[in-house]
Design a protein around this ligand. Structure first.
Ligand SMILES: [Zn+2]
Length: 261
């Protein structure tokens, strides 16, 4: 059978099609006989999956194409509505991997895990693709800032999920100058003038400024992790906890990351 014009292949009643996408590899899970079920984030921000058949002698190029966060051109073949299509081609166009940089590799696995959970089949959200490709490029350019880039991605993922209210004004009283002391699941960021909080539990001074840095800069200028910056430490921790809670927890890549760094 040969694909006709437009990549369509006629075979009796069932019509099979070849579709090619620019996409980012998320996860590859081993499948029968050396193959893998691979998930991707398409340029339109939709989660796609396909079976990559095992190859007898996998070339380095074939293997590299399925590394998490690889940017690829991938072709799927199968029935339009079929659950699992076959991956017929997957060509690497950009890899954010820095060989020998463990922290960056571990963060790439975390990002792949996060986006694999957030992206949905048949639901397009191109912000997800823009965010993940920006993070991949930033990781390649500055692998030493992997943890800063991860915190940046977590912040914007919460935003994409509609779970991160704007920090400019207090979600409770509208005050735009008093210090932010709390993130409430119901009303968002709350300020010191309307919300009494034990000073030991309040978010540190500088919280609003740190949030502004995350919002206004790109992934390539994601704030570097600075353990002496109390506002950054606190904001990263609450946003990460919120995101992982929302995703149901249990992301293995995170366990590996914290065991290692
Ligand atoms: Zn307030």
């Amino acid at each position: 059978m040969r694909p006709g014009p437009g990549g369509r292949v006629e075979s009796g009643q069932t019509e099979r099609v070849i579709r090619t996408h620019s996409a980012i590899v998320l996860k590859a899970v081993p499948y029968a006989e050396g193959g893998a079920v691979v998930s991707f984030l398409s340029e339109l921000g939709e989660r796609l999956t396909g079976v990559a058949k095992g190859v007898k002698k996998p070339t380095a190029k074939w293997v590299a194409a399925f590394e998490p966060l690889s940017m690829v051109r991938v072709s799927f073949f199968g029935k339009e509505q079929a659950e699992l299509k076959r991956v017929t081609r997957c060509e690497l166009s950009f890899s954010p991997l820095t060989l020998g940089h463990l922290e960056s590799s571990l963060v790439m696995a975390c990002l792949a895990d996060l986006f694999d959970r957030v992206a949905r089949e048949s639901i397009e959200d191109d912000r997800l693709y823009r965010l993940l490709s920006a993070c991949g490029r930033a990781l390649k350019a500055d692998p030493d800032n992997a943890l800063g880039i991860l915190a940046y991605a977590e912040h914007w993922l919460l935003h994409c999920m509609g779970l991160l209210p704007h920090p400019r004004v207090c979600g409770q009283c509208g005050n735009d100058s008093a210090a932010i002391v709390l993130l409430s699941p119901e009303v968002g960021w709350c300020c010191a003038s309307c919300t009494p909080v034990d000073p030991l539990e309040a978010l540190p001074p500088g919280t609003r400024e740190h949030l502004r840095r995350l919002r206004t800069g790109g992934a390539e200028v994601a704030p570097r992790v600075d353990p002496t910056d109390a506002a950054q430490t606190a904001v990263s921790a609450i946003l990460r906890a919120r995101l992982l809670h929302e995703l149901g927890g249990g992301l293995r890549s995170y366990e590996v990351l914290w065991r290692t760094v």
